[in-house]
Design a protein around this ligand. Sequence first.
Ligand code: PRP
Length: 179
Amino acid sequence: MSAISHGDPNIRVLIPEERIQARVQELASEIRAEIGHGPITCIGVLKGSFIFMADLVRALGGPVRCEFLGVSSYHGGTRSTGVVRISEDLRHPIEGHHCLLVEDIVDTGLTMDYLRHFLEGRKPASVRTVALLDKPGHREVEITADHVGFTIPDEFVVGYGLDLGELYRNLPFIAVYTP
Ligand code: PRP
């Protein structure tokens, strides 16, 4: 759990690749059990969700549409400024669709809270949410994803899509970054 990885002394593995992959399969089963086996419109929030989204949609199986939303980054370093802005809209209407908002992490909760309302304004049949990681120690808005992969302590994490200054997204595991 605490091995130094990739020769980077600032990185310590928190959730190994095998645990992530196993949990993604479980999440997919939970989500299918809840939504059923009809079409799901998965909406990944860029950039952080792209790896989780890729694994999750394959685990979900059945009819799945893939959409993405760009949200302007307000995490320049390791701190939030609390402003949410859409930088890339959905490519297609979601009216009448069963939607699944796919996030890598819920931290302050501001992004998921904003996007949930944003999607509901497009008249979908339903909106459910999934976050691979939940960091409840940092909440500014009371919100919990409908499906959570792992609850993590209040530490800065990278890997499996999450970055620090655009680096580390390609790590296959989640790691704690300590400068
Ligand atoms: C991260 C993450 C979520 C958001 C969660 O994105 O991908 O979208 O922050 O934080 P919150 O709960 O405090 O709102 P980030 O702004 O780092 O951009 P990125 O996904 O492009 O890395």
